[in-house]
Every structure is written in C-alpha cells, then in structure tokens.
Ligand binder design. Structure first.
Ligand code: ZN
Length: 136
C-alpha cells in the first residue's frame, strides 16, 4: 500500500532488545524483514503492525564502530534517526528538491536495504530531521 510516511528509522545498539521494548508497547508489532547490509555497515529490521494501518518502524544497528549508525549513537545516543517518505520516483524528487534549494546527501538514487531506490535530504534543509525518500 502506498503511504505518505513509509517508515521511521531508530538507531539502536541491540535490535533484539529494541524489538522486545517495542512489543511491550505494541504487542502486535512483528518483524517484517531483517537484513544485514554489509556495504552500508548496518543491520536493519523492519517492524510492522499485524492488525493496524501504520508506517513501519526501521531499527538500525551499526555492524562496526565506524558504521554511520554507530557514530550517530556515539554522538547522540540511541534514538530517532530519520523519517522516510514514499514517492513514485526518487530521481524526479531529487531533481525537484535540488531546484528548490534543498541540500541533498545523495546526488543520485542509491539502493536501500530492501533493494528499493532511496536518497536522503540533509537535515540542514529540513529543520534538523534527516529525511529519506523511498521509491514505491
Ligand atoms: Zn529508512
């Protein structure tokens, strides 16, 4: 299903413990996908509600100390890392947003954890929140 908000990404130190915590809050959350993305140095786990419409929750764990997620946690602690909006074409959105003056982290779409085209908008252009665009 197409949703405005695809997911929220949370940087964590231990994915299993984070799943336990979230399932205590929302017992119907289930693991939808869990993958290791070696070239981005992260383990990613998507949780989704089994009974209610919602965006997914993406748990992110750095695989090594030099992972961007590990560095994020070292600097700020665990917590909200990014939000992700779905779109029809990441390439088109990148061009539009650049023309509007947004600072992009990615100059062109790259492949995300689930094989979809993604790109990130720099938080300096978005009131401090890292925003991911994901092709549906
Ligand atoms: Zn994400």
């Amino acid at each position: 299903m197409s949703r405005l908000l695809s997911h929220v990404g949370i940087a964590v130190q231990d994915i299993g413990r984070a799943i336990d915590t979230l399932q205590k809050i929302c017992p119907d959350l289930a693991v939808a996908e869990r993958v290791t993305v070696a070239d981005q140095d992260v383990e990613v786990c998507f949780l989704e509600s089994q009974s209610q419409g919602s965006c997914r929750i993406e748990l992110l764990r750095g695989l090594t100390a030099s992972s961007p997620i590990s560095k994020f946690i070292e600097k700020r602690g665990e917590g909200l890392h990014h939000i992700c909006f779905g779109c029809a074409s990441v390439q088109d959105r990148l061009s539009e947003l650049r023309e509007k003056g947004f600072e992009m982290i990615d100059d062109s779409p790259r492949t995300g954890a689930l094989g979809k085209n993604i790109a990130f908008i720099h938080p300096s252009s978005t009131h401090g929140t890292l925003i991911e665009l994901e092709e549906e």
